[in-house]
Design a protein around this ligand. Sequence first.
Ligand code: SF4
Length: 87
Amino acid sequence: MNNNHNKTNSKNSNYLVEVDRSKCIGAATCVALAPKTFKLDQDQIAEVISQENDNNQDKLLAAQSCPSSAIRLIDRRTKKVVWPKSS
Ligand code: SF4
């Protein structure tokens, strides 16, 4: 059941997800780890289907697990890039 009484929903999903489709190799790890955020399109390339339905931890895990580093996470509040980590 969805606990949706928090209007801002920020605790669940304050990370904005982007996929660099030119880097994606269709490994689908992201789909396995955050299935409400990612899906593969007909060309087997990942696309973002929602920003709201997986929590930050799952999104981060998906980004970290992407073998081609195609996923970027941005904190909506601070606008900082959460992943990939800048050195
Ligand atoms: S894990 Fe990375 S390479 Fe695999 S489908 Fe997702 S974005 Fe593409």
